[in-house]
Design a protein around this ligand. Sequence first.
Ligand SMILES: [Zn+2]
Length: 581
Amino acid sequence: MTTPTSDRLLLPLPDRSEALRDATWGTLAPLYDALLAAEPAAGDDPSAWTEAWTATWSTLDALVREAGAFAYWDYSRDTTNAEAEARYLRWASEIGPELDAARTRLASRALGLGLTRPDLVETLENWRTDVRLFREANKPRLARLEELSAEYDKQVGALTVEWEGQTVPATRVMEHLHSPHRPTREAAFSKNLRAYWHARPDLTGIYGQMVPLRDAVAREAGHDDFVAYKYDELYRRDYGPDDARRWADAVEAAVVPAVERLRAFRRERLGLDALRPWDLNAPLFGGEPLHPYSTVDELIAGGERVLGAVDPRMADVIPEMRREALLDLENRGGKAPGGYCTTFDVRGLSGIFMNAVGVADDVMTLLHEAGHALHHRLAASRPLVWTRSTGMEAAELASMTMELLAAPHLVRPTGFYEPEDAARAEYEHLEDVLSFFPHCATVELFQQWVYRAPDGADAAAQDRSWLALRERFDRGVSWQGLEAERTARWYKQGHIFQVPFYYIEYGLAQLGALQLWRIAQRDRAAAVTGYLNALTLGGTASLRDIYAAAGVTLVFDEATMRELVQAVEERLGELRAVLDA
Ligand SMILES: [Zn+2]
């Protein structure tokens, strides 16, 4: 924790974020306003004053970010707690938008002060973007988009299916896609996607309102279309929409044929005439699902041992959170779904939230989130809060690389599995890794089409565009008679509705992670050192430089992609040999 000492601060600020727990915008606004209006006194050294001003803002932001993070943390741990819910909603909907606007005003002031620091180069560039894109006239449009996004959540959250005589949330049946029993898988698949298909008028109705609003936001901010605007707004300075299309072409050439080969193997192995979409997650080697641990304490202890085995410098990441009660891993009634890693900026620590139920995915999720926690930890000592975090392309490099570097340590007694089960877990993980790229490419290309085609806001045209992209990228599986289910898949992809264009980051990061995994096959120490170097940079370097520090590149070309895919296929071949022995 190296927040600047308070005697350098221009405002009296609390030491702990707990003091802001029940803040409203009414209590926070004076702090931001005072900072905005602050002027050096006669005789102040201008550069020392600017430094104190910056340190004050950073300290205020760290406190506010931590208080906001705890509001969501507490709410997600118990969504039935009305007080926690009210506090979270106040942070998200009342404070959040005002905070964004206040930060943009302060960014503008900071730029006006001529602030320069080597570690702030990227941050200043981000602020320049925020200031350049900000338009008062867009505020009502952005507020309306927030409402529509909440409406999407509401609609999707209300989808139910009939399962074994009971009405259950549509998401609940997804776990049955891993069943060894084919009719069970088919029922789960069909019921889930049919629920989305029946909600088509509502869901495409929401999207149909979002697209023109986003187009208007982009034009108001001086861009030709929403694609260019969003790439700018997401601070994508190292690649653009054309690179993303080139990336998708490379996926089609280098990854799609490999996924087809994996699916052909799957079809043979399962003894099927035709592989159907509900067979894609069927267990391939042995019918019983993997059971890596029994209690959450075992999961935590295993995670600690595995990280320590990857490198001693990672050994304390999980214990530190455990000691501070910042791990909430077990599935419980009332918890929000899913898993995430959050940062507590004043404490310099992370928290991991999960819904662990004793399956192989839990181990992978814990390792993934621990990669994020390590990233936060390594950058936590940086003095200014904004330099401690990165864009998603670098953040997911941290988490996805951890999944791959940990694979050799998943065998007992360090890890969770007998050797054969460890091979199964690794096979399933690598199969998922390859299968993700074609899906990622369709999500990106679909959105580029939506925001650029003359009929991009039309629901029927959207469905046609999605199906054409699926034909191109989703091969080696029979969708015969399943056009509705295949179409409805995009209604289910929340990113398309709620965080447009935020998706290709996962694909780019996975390619970075695969390069580190390749380096580790030859020289584990070099891979770990590069990985730690990259993470330690936090947000002080460009995306390209962070990847370079890791010893990897951002991959958009077919040749590099092909080489990585080949390495994964070789490893899958080795694992099949182990599993069939
Ligand atoms: Zn992640």
